[in-house]
Design a protein around this ligand. Sequence first.
Ligand code: MG
Length: 270
Amino acid sequence: MSGVLEVADAFDLIVLDAYGVLHEGAGAHDFALTAFQALREIGKKLCVVTNSVTHAPEEVAKRLTDMGFPIGGRDVISGRSLLPWFLRFHREGRGYAVLGYHPDVVAEAFPGTRVGSFDRDDLDAAAGFILVDTNMWADGTPEEVLFESLTANPRPILVCNPDVTCPYQGALSYEPGFFAFRLAEALPELDITFLGKPYPAIYDLVSKRFKGIPRDRILAVGDSPHTDVLGARGAGMKALLVESGLLRTQDSAQRLMECGIEPDFISETI
Ligand SMILES: [Mg+2]
């Protein structure tokens, strides 16, 4: 029996991380397909809470459905799901530059914003920034130019993916959180808002979408101690850490001891 099925009785809603739990890019994990279907069969409510933000939640839902995890667009929640709410505190993003792999789609969804680039003049002209992803940050240039522009004139940044790293093609990638935390350290006065896991707003949105389910009847399944476990436990939910993703090649007990983060449950896979 899979890890989640062993403990599922105690929960009404299972919050699933995608990358590292259900799949790792190319294809679905077979054990995850089995567990997902079994959870549905025993009547558990399921949602996916992901820090994958390059694509909108509806597109992530479609991709997961195509992989064999049938799920509706409303049941996929990411940092992008929070943008409408947070932009209220940022003049609806008026004059903000969107930085990411597909900035046009986000800029179209929020008419006050515009597509950004790493041209220094273009960065200097922005009222603030929506950092969607850092997929194209192949060398140090984007970080350097953004740093220079923000040093000269600090402006707010909304970071849609707080992840520092994630397993990618046999190595570990640098994710937006990595750069944003460096910016925060170098420019402590900078107004940075993180929109995904492990910050509380995304869990509040889960509770809003699944009204009436007490937090202690919600189980989050994830492969990252700092993202999935810390976030869920901080939000009053229970957490199951799977060793199939980020920690696959590591001594997970040792890593957990080092960071002092304790999941409620641990299993090899979902
Ligand atoms: Mg993950």
